[in-house]
Design a protein around this ligand. Structure first.
Ligand code: IMP
Length: 429
């Protein structure tokens, strides 16, 4: 059976964790293919809340296999901790596999991330500080350490030593006085390597076997299209390609194996970090979305910047990812907010544009052109779940009109509407 790719269409935090978990029910293998512990998924299952940063969401479903692909950068300390948390709550990680080609995040990557941000002064990216950019820099510079080497003590020792010699010089030049203790790092990280070694495998080969046996594969994107290093709001992006095209390279599967791409769209816009955000609402509406939507970063706890839904962004994503179906999340958050607005185009230097500009200077000059829609009443969570059980037609008329507007504005069907964090508050049409 071919693979489905699940992608965030905005700046991440579209509710992909819950949706991946939902799709995971039908998948046999769930694979993460890019990013690292800059991501954060919150999954509510059986009354329990789980927050994962590296582990693929599917591990919560018994019998499912979860792979961390070669395109991911892995902080071993965080991964060991997450596996421990999972096991301490009675779940098993025995079906986890980690690509032998995935790169490792080491303490110097985090130090460099912090130092580079400090030196950028007025031009900060607003990174999560998890060492993601420097780890991908090493990968591109061909000096990174991959899992296969990491779990082999003599290789790890040699590669660590080479790297530390260089990184210490860079840190010295940055001038923050940070010192790398090679022995301490080796001792601590060898411990993690030992714990992770049983999970390391050639996940590309395992995926091929799974596909030959007719298994369903779900390739789970992290972050979102607007954080893609090529197609997002550069330089306010992450250091990997978040678009569906990278699912193949980052998981080690051929483009021929992808049969479907689904895109998660949050019913409004949020982002963390810096950069222009045309539909941002620095007012009562923004504050309500922040509070009602619980819009605080899963990884850093930072409040997210909030605004109206931007269809220029979503169309950009639909084109880049070839989205077959939209999953519209957090519709419940807009309840009780009054009239809602959706941005259908921008005005840039006096002209209307429907495509996303390439530079942040241009984006900063874009003024959203909105359509206003009728709002719907706020409802308690239990009522939302009850409505979801009755099916799509039971939803308030205004909510269904909002959904229809999204479909018209993107040309893509909304296949699933999510009206609450619970698994049961998900309506398939
Ligand atoms: P980095 O990925 O830590 O280098 O951060 C680069 C940018 O991507 C920053 O604006 C981060 O806030 C943002 N970012 C990274 N991962 C996520 C995510 O999972 N959700 C939302 N924003 C993210």
């Amino acid at each position: 059976m071919p693979a489905t790719v699940l992608i965030g269409t905005q700046w991440g935090d579209e509710g992909k964790g819950k949706i991946t978990d939902y799709y995971a029910e039908r998948a046999d293998v769930i694979v993460r293919f890019q990013g690292g512990n800059n991501a954060g998924h919150t999954i509510v299952a059986g009354g329990e809340t789980f927050k994962f940063h590296v582990l693929p969401s599917g591990l919560l479903r018994p019998g499912k296999h979860a792979f961390i692909g070669n395109g991911v950068v892995i902080d071993p300390k965080v991964l060991v901790d997450e596996i421990g948390q999972l096991e301490s709550r009675g779940h098993s990680a025995k079906n986890l596999r980690i690509s032998d080609r995935a790169h490792v995040i080491l303490p110097y990557h985090k130090m460099l991330d912090g130092a580079e941000e400090r030196l950028r002064a007025g031009a900060k990216v607003g990174t999560t500080g998890r060492g993601i950019g420097p780890a991908y820099q090493d990968k591109a510079a061909r000096s990174g350490i991959r899992m296969a080497e990491f779990v082999s003590p003599e290789f790890f020792k040699a590669r660590l030593s080479e790297n530390i010699a260089i990184k210490q010089r860079i840190l010295d030049a940055y001038g923050f006085g940070e010192k790398l203790d090679e022995k301490a790092i080796f001792d601590e990280y060898s411990g993690y390597a030992k714990k992770l070694a049983p999970y390391v495998a050639d996940t590309s080969v395992l995926l091929e076997h799974a596909m030959t046996q007719g298994k369903n594969i779900l390739l789970e994107g992290a972050q979102g299209t607007m954080l893609d290093i090529d197609h997002g709001t550069y330089p306010f992006v992450t250091s990997s390609n978040c678009v569906a095209g990278n699912a193949c390279a980052g998981a080690g599967v051929s483009p021929r194996s992808i049969s479907r791409v689904v895109g998660v769209v949050k019913a409004y816009t949020t982002r963390v970090g810096e950069g222009p955000l045309p539909t941002e609402q620095e007012n009562e509406v923004g504050r309500k979305l922040l509070e009602r939507g619980g819009e605080f970063g899963t990884t850093t706890g930072r409040p997210r910047r909030c605004g109206w839904l931007d269809l220029v962004v979503v169309r950009h994503s639909c084109r880049l990812n070839g989205i077959d179906g939209i999953i519209l999340t957090k519709l419940d958050v807009l309840g009780g907010i009054g009239k809602t607005k959706i941005c259908k185009a921008y005005e840039l230097d006096g002209k209307k544009t429907e495509t996303f500009p390439s530079t942040m200077a241009m984006l900063g000059r874009c003024k959203p052109i909105y359509d206003e829609l009728d709002g719907w009443a706020d409802m308690p969570a239990q009522e939302m779940v009850a409505l979801a059980k009755k099916g799509y037609s039971a939803l308030p008329r205004e909510m269904r009109e909002y959904v229809r507007y999204v479909e018209k504005g993107t040309g893509v069907k909304v296949e699933i509407a999510s009206i609450g964090p619970e698994r049961e508050a998900t309506i398939e049409r």
